[in-house]
Design a protein around this ligand. Structure first.
Ligand SMILES: Nc1ncnc2c1ncn2[C@@H]1O[C@H](COP(=O)(O)OP(=O)(O)O)[C@@H](O)[C@H]1O
Ligand SMILES: [Mg+2]
Length: 540
């Protein structure tokens, strides 16, 4: 594979010094077109029967136009070289704008925001590439991995679209650092639950007030709602915190190196499919789940060595109506270093999956790719499956919710699961009757919906991407071997746990559910109503 001329692998240029403006617009366009084309294969042409593998190409038809691109990486669809469209019998370069126009012709209903979202995402990628030229990555390798997702979700039509101005100042991919703003909440108005002591370390508040750190971006968005409570003393503005924090991959969660804690803020900004607001029932739900999952993760860790998780022990906000309760709500979460063993470095799975050229170490570092992959699957897959089958817990193990603990042989020896918002309890297997209905409703999932989500996150979003990156790194056609190792690990788990029928189906090659991100954006639906499209199962 030629690392420079290929579309996706041009991402390998991301971390290399370049002359100002040199090719960064072209990289942003290649990344944008790649993500959009992947969505088209999966969600637009695929379900219409209009995708044809023609190695080394994939061909597809969108709105009557024949498209093609060289492809590797199996279901991860990593493209080599420019995508093309057939015009008067000749292949010509395809652009993201042309593909948007084809999608607009093909999909029913119309959506006058879609083209703008794709364009904003492309512009954001360009701006992030420019910004990375100017700043150095953090010295903390975990934090560097959180800030490495320049291309973002590989199967989203507008992975990096950020609304409004000033977003670059807070962007993890730009290696931003910024102080928080500290508010004081009049003590009788504090809304909180769980262990919130770490929040008191963010600064001191005057007598009768409790400190509440706030994301400066969010304070700007809430300015109109904050005017009255700030004027009448229900809240006080205590200025900026003395030390800067660093944003992590989700943008709205920041790491405070002073306390070693992460703070998950509300951010009323659409990032991929959701406006990133902590709903009141999610604030309470995070702490509720944390209490319930303690014993579950203790058992998972005992059975599957290396299993770790990041609990969310408390939240704090201001009881000033739903808008401010949600808008100012902050959830506490320990940083991953606090749960890793000695000599183990946490790294975001998404950073290990990022497409790269062959020049650098790749995801496996110095380790043998097949050995590395077996360790990886053994760390990640069995605890996710057992959480579901034995404990009725639906984890959301997508690439941004899982970290790997890497030891000094470069091997993944721990898997760290995080993000209570996406973690659910299978209805009927947990007694949620004591909870407010809204909290219980947001925590519970039907068993089959839960299984779909587990399989999508684990197999499609996560392992397929890591496998593609390992295969790129290995530099030879190891993908079938990788899936055979994965099948081995899953079969061993199944055999030891009574071969649950759903898992037997998965191992037998049942199609995998792939989340329809383009569809949900096109329909302007809430993320939770996103559909799934069936795709080929590489375990078959
Ligand atoms: N492969 C991926 N799968 C899912 N999310 C991804 C991926 N790559 C990047 N992301 C980003 O990570 C975040 C994941 O969303 P989610 O876990 O629901 O949110 P949060 O961490 O803010 O609670 C989004 O900002 C999304 O754009
Ligand atoms: Mg997350």
């Amino acid at each position: 594979m030629n690392a420079v001329s290929t579309a996706d692998s041009r991402l390998s240029d991301l971390d290399r010094p370049q002359a100002p403006g040199d090719g960064r617009g072209a990289i942003a366009e290649a990344v944008t077109l790649g993500a959009l084309l992947r969505c088209c294969v999966r969600e637009v042409a695929g379900p219409r029967g209009l995708v044809w593998p023609a190695e080394p190409y994939v061909l597809l038809r969108v709105a009557g136009t024949l498209l093609r691109a060289r492809v590797h990486g199996g279901i991860a669809l990593r493209f080599d070289g420019p995508a093309e469209w057939l015009s008067d019998g000749a292949w010509r370069p395809l652009t993201s704008e042309m593909l948007v126009a084809l999608i607009e012709r093909e999909l029913p209903g119309g959506n006058d925001e879609f083209a703008g979202q794709v364009a904003r995402s492309r512009e954001a990628i360009g701006a992030l590439l420019d910004a990375r030229e100017g700043g150095a990555a953090p010295g903390d390798p975990w934090l560097a991995s959180e800030q490495a997702l320049v291309a973002g979700h590989p199967f989203h039509p507008s992975p990096k679209a950020r609304e409004g101005d000033g977003w670059l100042r807070y962007a993890p991919e730009a290696h931003a650092e910024f102080p928080l703003r500290l508010l004081g909440v009049r003590a009788d108005l504090v809304a909180e639950r769980g262990d919130t002591r770490a929040l008191d370390l963010s600064g001191s508040a005057p007598a009768g007030y409790v400190p509440l750190p706030a994301h400066p971006w969010q304070l700007g968005l809430l300015a109109a709602d904050l005017r009255e409570p700030l004027a009448d003393g229900r809240l006080v503005d205590l200025g900026e915190t003395p030390r800067p924090v660093a944003p992590t991959s989700s943008v709205r969660t920041v790491f405070d190196p002073g306390t070693g804690m992460c703070l998950k803020f509300s951010l009323d900004v659409r990032i991929t499919n959701c406006v990133r607001k902590n709903a009141w029932y999610e604030l309470a739900g995070a702490v509720e789940l944390t209490e319930r999952l303690g014993p579950v993760f203790a058992r998972l860790a005992a059975r599957f060595p290396g299993t770790r998780w990041l609990p969310e022990p408390g939240y704090r906000s201001a009881g000033l109506g739903v808008r401010l309760l949600e808008g100012l709500g902050v959830i506490l979460r320990p940083g991953p270093w606090t749960v890793c063993g000695p000599g183990v470095t946490p790294v975001l799975a998404g950073a290990l999956a990022a497409p790269r050229g062959t020049a650098d170490g790749g995801p496996c570092g110095t380790a043998d790719p097949l050995v590395w992959w077996r360790c990886y699957v053994e760390r990640v897959a069995p605890p996710v499956l057992d959480a579901y089958f034995t404990h009725g817990v639906v984890l959301e193990p997508h690439l941004q919710n899982v970290l790997l603990g890497i030891d000094h042989h470069d091997l993944p020896v721990e898997a760290i699961f995080r993000d209570m918002e996406g973690t659910k309890l299978v209805r009927d297997r947990h007694d949620l009757s004591g909870l407010p209905p809204a909290v219980a409703g947001a925590l519970a999932y039907d068993a089959d919906r839960g299984w779909n989500r587990v399989v999508y996150c684990l197999m499609v979003n996560h392992l397929a991407e890591i496998a593609a990156s390992v295969a790129e790194h290995a530099g030879r056609a190891v993908l079938p071997e990788l899936w055979s190792i994965c099948r081995d690990v899953l079969t061993t788990y199944a055999a030891g746990h009574g071969t649950p029928p759903l898992l037997a189906e998965l191992l037998a090659g049942a199609p995998l559910p792939a989340k329809a991100n383009l569809g949900v954006r096109w329909a302007r639906d809430a993320d939770r109503s996103a559909g799934y499209v069936p795709i080929a199962n590489p375990l078959a």
